[in-house]
Design a binder for this molecule. Structure first.
Ligand SMILES: *Cc1c(COP(=O)(O)O)cnc(C)c1O
Length: 374
């Protein structure tokens, strides 16, 4: 039997929210303020309230949301920024882009998030070697689960590291009652269409409680503007969030709590059905995941992926190659074997369809197909 299932079903979501989304788009077409229109400010206010931070700043992508906070702090050549090797390229790309050096750290084998013990060891080692200045850490909230910020913040405090939370996958996740996007000095999220809150194109946001950082970020994303847009006080970028995306996201944010609940129900159903067959996600006490991706591990990945494919079920691999083995970072001279937990995860991990509009029959079918092929 074949059941064609979408990995992320944006059509089904559009059908469910069609009236709200069309009227949001129409509102923008009526006033035509496509850049910095009123919906942007409304969306930023709603975002800040949802995350529980003072400032939410819309920007053009999750990548720019990572880049802009680093630019506010004057990150430069000779600075070391610690981050996990098991993440999307953007997390480390922005470090290199600014001329600083990504220093990779291995992950916890259960949560896939930065291992705080290894972080401390790596910071110590970097200090001892004396070539780079330990400067910042970018923990990543992998698949939707916030990283271990209590332990990471302790290391950051000890060594004076700036903390930038990569919350690109975790919008909606929580840890100790705090929402993802509310950890560290500043956080970045992504509204790439497949993320938990997705735009109809690229988008992202910066979250912070730091007034000064927020003001600088708003200047940087608008070509380093001062009091006036043709008064340029620093080097910036064109990093704004379009009004259309803000309007669409504002409409989607209203449905987000209910969608998040449905994602979690789907994840629970998967875990219940699959926990004896593959390694299912473990959510530490006091945490909840945004369930952006539902990833499992098996030693028999190829057979399972083949089995699912022939049943019409799409899968994805996040991530088939850790960053320290990517050609883009070959200059950093890492070797296979340097980060065994990430390397092993990249050989065994895969993700199942995950979105709020999965039908129970679809989840059951997927579970049966995984069981039949492991
Ligand atoms: C998606 C993603 C990004 C980048 O976001 P874009 O909006 O695609 O630029 C950064 N980090 C992680 C962990 C991501 O998953």
């Amino acid at each position: 039997m074949i059941m064609p299932i979408a990995f992320v079903d944006l059509k089904r979501q559009f059908q469910a929210l069609e009236n709200e989304i069309r009227s949001a788009i129409d509102g923008v077409l009526d006033h035509t303020q496509f850049i910095m229109g009123p919906e942007l400010g409304q969306f930023e206010e709603a975002l800040a309230e949802y995350v529980g931070v003072k400032h939410a700043i819309g920007c053009s992508s999750g990548t720019d949301a990572l880049l802009i906070p680093l630019m506010t702090q004057g990150l430069k050549s000779g600075d070391a920024v610690f981050t996990s090797t098991f993440t999307f390229i953007a997390t480390a790309e922005v470090i290199s882009f600014l001329g600083a050096t990504p220093v990779f750290v291995d992950i916890d084998p259960v949560t896939f998030n930065l291992d705080p013990v290894l972080l401390k060891e790596t910071v110590e080692k970097t200090k001892r070697e004396g070539k780079l200045t330990p400067w910042a850490v970018i923990p990543v909230d992998m698949f939707g689960l916030p990283a271990d910020y209590e332990a990471i913040q302790n290391v950051a405090d000890e060594y004076g590291l700036f903390v930038l939370e990569d919350a690109a996958q975790s919008f909606g996740g929580t840890r100790g009652g705090r929402k993802a996007g509310n950890f560290g000095n500043v956080a970045a999220t992504s509204f790439f269409p497949a993320k938990s809150l997705g735009a109809y194109g690229d988008g992202g946001a910066v979250f912070t409680n730091d007034d000064d950082l927020a003001a600088q970020a708003r200047s940087i994303l608008f070509h380093g503007k001062g009091d006036h847009k043709y008064e340029n006080v620093r080097i910036g970028i064109n990093g704004r969030l379009d009004t259309l995306h803000a309007a669409i996201l504002l409409a989607k944010l209203a449905a987000f709590p209910d969608e998040l609940k449905k994602r979690r129900e789907a994840a629970d159903k998967y875990t219940e059905g699959l926990k004896d067959y593959v390694a299912t996600p473990a959510i530490p006490d006091g945490c909840s995941s945004a369930c952006t991706y539902y990833s499992v591990m098996t030693g028999n990945r190829e057979a399972v992926l083949d089995g699912l494919k022939s049943a019409g079920i799409p899968t994805a691999i996040y991530y088939p190659k850790p960053l320290h083995l990517q050609k883009a970072f070959s200059r950093l001279d890492y070797q296979a074997g340097d980060f065994p937990v990430s390397e092993s995860a990249s050989e065994r991990i895969f993700s199942l369809p995950m979105h709020p509009y999965l039908y129970d029959e679809e989840i059951d079918f997927i579970i049966e197909q995984v069981k039949a092929s492991v």
